[in-house]
Ligand binder design. Structure first.
Ligand SMILES: Nc1ncnc2c1ncn2[C@@H]1O[C@H](COP(=O)(O)OP(=O)(O)OP(=O)(O)O)[C@@H](O)[C@H]1O
Length: 311
């Protein structure tokens, strides 16, 4: 897990400096700086209209920046040298456009031709997203999740080194989501750099190396999930169950600890304490021995972090 900017020796796959995109009075992206290292899985989160898709399109060279410098593998995205780099990029847009009359395989072959990727790879890519069984069926007959997987397949054509995935798990069932992230892990092991947006924060929190929270077109927070938790000094939550005989001793001990927002429900305790008190709390609990039947400590979720930043 990396928490800081990549070091100068570690080539940044994506470098964004002072990126600005204004649509008239709308500041869709309003001064973004990001360095994303090679092989990093980077999450981009933010509420609707925060600027995620616009920033994506700017990084892909699809939207002209009002100001700023964006490079992929060192090449400015709207510069003449970007054509060659573009071949190494895969993009799954938020709403992938598919032709209903083409079959899954025909669709991939169509995208492969557009991208200059070998047609011979299409069946293997379909296999990778679990669509081999539907290769010969018209896209019109595909379910929402199958369409999304076909969209992911076209992003994988040509073995991209950088993948932009805009809400890639929309419409996927739990098994397909799991398979999708397993594929990302394989790609990561091959050194592929990935940027993923999602509104499903629980899904991202264990799966990204770092992430940025975007708000009003600006990066509001940047770091690993753990780094952001610590940066925000969010409390840890503890749930605890006492034995009947031990209840009084546990209550007395907890009274001496910096726990807050707590409540008792019979023998069950639920409360919060500051991270820096963790070892003191654990030591106090260990001292209570068999008076405690069970306990759990929860780290704040990415959702807690997100809302902690005032969203
Ligand atoms: N082509 C455009 N013309 C005018 N305004 C635009 C255009 N594209 C985006 N915007 C505006 O820019 C802002 C950022 O939009 P963007 O689509 O980047 O947000 P987002 O974070 O991707 O949102 P969502 O989570 O809903 O996909 C919004 O206020 C949006 O209305």
């Amino acid at each position: 897990m990396k928490d800081s900017m990549p070091s100068p020796t570690e080539a940044a796959a994506i470098s964004v400096r002072g990126a600005v995109k204004h649509y008239g009075a709308v500041r869709a992206v309003d001064g973004v700086d990001l360095e994303i290292g090679s092989g990093e899985v980077f999450g981009l989160i933010g509420h609707n209209g925060a600027g995620k898709s616009t920033l994506f399109k700017m990084m892909l060279g699809l939207v002209r920046a009002t100001a700023g410098d964006i490079r992929i593998h060192g090449a400015p995205v709207r510069g003449s040298g970007f054509r060659a780099v573009r071949r190494a990029i895969g993009y799954l847009p938020e709403n992938v456009v598919l032709y209903d009359n083409l079959t899954g395989l025909e669709t991939l072959r169509y995208f492969a031709r557009l991208k200059g990727a070998p047609l011979a790879h299409c069946p293997a890519v379909l296999e990778r997203v679990g669509l081999t069984h539907a290769a010969g069926r018209a896209v019109r007959e595909y379910s929402k999740g199958m369409r999304q997987r076909l969209g992911f397949a076209q992003a994988l054509l040509g073995r991209p080194q950088v993948l932009f995935l805009d809400e890639p798990t929309t419409g996927l069932d739990p098994e397909a989501i799991r398979n999708f992230y397993a594929t990302l892990r394989e790609l990561r092991a091959d050194g592929v750099t990935m940027i993923v947006t999602s509104h499903i924060l629980a899904e991202l929190q264990e799966r990204v190396d770092r992430l940025a929270i975007l708000s009003g077109g600006r990066v509001q927070a940047l770091g690993s999930v753990q780094g952001l938790r610590e940066q925000m000094a969010l409390p840890l939550r503890m749930e605890l169950a006492t034995t009947e005989a031990g209840a009084a001793a546990v209550r007395a001990a907890l009274d001496t600890l910096p726990v807050s927002g707590h409540r008792w429900q019979g023998a069950l305790f639920d409360g919060q304490f500051p991270r820096e008190a963790k070892m003191a709390v654990l030591a106090a609990l260990a001292g209570l021995g068999s008076a405690i039947q069970d306990f759990r400590i929860h780290e704040p979720s990415l959702e807690d972090v997100f809302f902690g930043f005032g969203h």
